[in-house]
Design a protein around this ligand. Structure first.
Ligand code: PAF
Length: 302
């Protein structure tokens, strides 16, 4: 597996691979089982898999966790190697932004995609994401790029950027991977330091599963379902550190809020558990598949 830090060395290899089908997995490192599924997806569509690891300062707000974001270089490289990744692009900020990253050309996603959900509490976040992803696409020139469905709003922003700017890359979704109790795998789960925080983090999954259940029982109005799910899940115990940021429903294609629940609805949730911010989502009909203790996959409800 090649590990490349400079743009010059990367471009030389990319030139040699000009006849390959490149499947690209952009990441910020701290790789976990969720990334694993992205890489497996990449292997299934490309003849060469390129992973980038770069903690992108542009997508973190001034009071966010850029400094403490987990950086686990050796473990990340080992994991990539074990999965048969062909090249890890590991640039630093000096390599990517030699003129500094405070003032530069940026990609601003359409307002209707970012003036809601994560975009409200993280102003500028999706501009930071779109800017770095476009820059990486320009360098890597992949035919396929794999993004996790766990970051549903990010997925919608990238897909829209590719369509609006006619980028010659196909965006491939990879499903969310969950812990046995339903918690979606995320690099930020490593911040959940106490058993109580870990327990409260599971409420995100339970809210999603409850709304799925209400829909199955015939509930059709978004407001009603969200309200009932919040009442039934959040009132059943004491969750002192759990602060719901949003619980909402959007159309799976347009990512615009929807008042009626139907098979095209995606449910989204974000919450703070102490000072850890987590997000999750699911399609209304999607089976929430969890590994059992032996690692086999099984389907679980609330
Ligand atoms: O999803 C992520 O890890 C990041 O937002 C991404 C796409 C690598 C851009 O920095």
């Amino acid at each position: 597996m090649k590990i490349v830090e400079s743009i010059e060395s990367f471009s030389a290899i990319r030139q040699r691979w000009k006849n390959e089908t490149i499947a690209f997995v952009p990441t910020m490192g701290a790789l976990h089982g969720g990334h694993l599924s992205l890489m497996e997806k990449a292997k299934s569509v490309g003849s060469k898999v390129i992973v980038s690891i770069y903690v992108n300062p542009l997508q973190f707000g001034p009071n966010e966790d850029f400094q403490r974001y987990p950086r686990t270089r050796e473990a990340d490289l080992e994991l990539c190697e074990s999965l048969g990744v062909d090249l890890v692009f590991y640039p630093d900020t000096q390599a990517l932004h030699p003129k500094g990253w405070v003032s530069l050309t940026q990609v601003v996603p359409p307002i209707e995609l970012v003036n809601q959900f994560c975009g409200l509490s993280r102003p500028g976040h999706f501009t930071g994401v779109a800017t770095i992803v476009l820059k990486l696409f320009q360098l890597v020139q992949p035919q396929f790029a794999i993004f996790g469905e766990k970051d549903a709003q990010q997925f919608a922003v990238i897909r829209r950027m590719v369509s609006d700017l006619n980028l010659p890359v196909q965006i491939v979704p990879a499903p969310t991977v969950r812990e046995p109790d339903g918690l979606a795998k995320s690099s930020r789960n490593s911040y959940l330091s106490s058993a109580s925080d870990r327990h409260q983090a599971r409420l995100l999954f339970r809210l999603l599963a409850t709304i799925q259940e209400l829909y199955k029982q015939g509930m059709e109005t978004t407001d009603e379902a969200l309200k009932l799910a919040m009442e039934s899940v959040l009132n059943e115990g004491l969750y002192p550190d759990f602060q719901l940021e949003y619980l909402g429903a959007v159309h799976r294609e347009t990512f615009l809020p929807t008042e009626i629940l139907d098979e095209d609805t995606r449910i989204l949730v974000a919450a703070q558990i102490g000072n850890v911010r987590l997000i999750d989502n699911t399609l209304i009909n999607e089976p929430l598949v969890l590994p059992d203790r032996d690692g086999a996959l099984m389907q679980l409800t609330v």
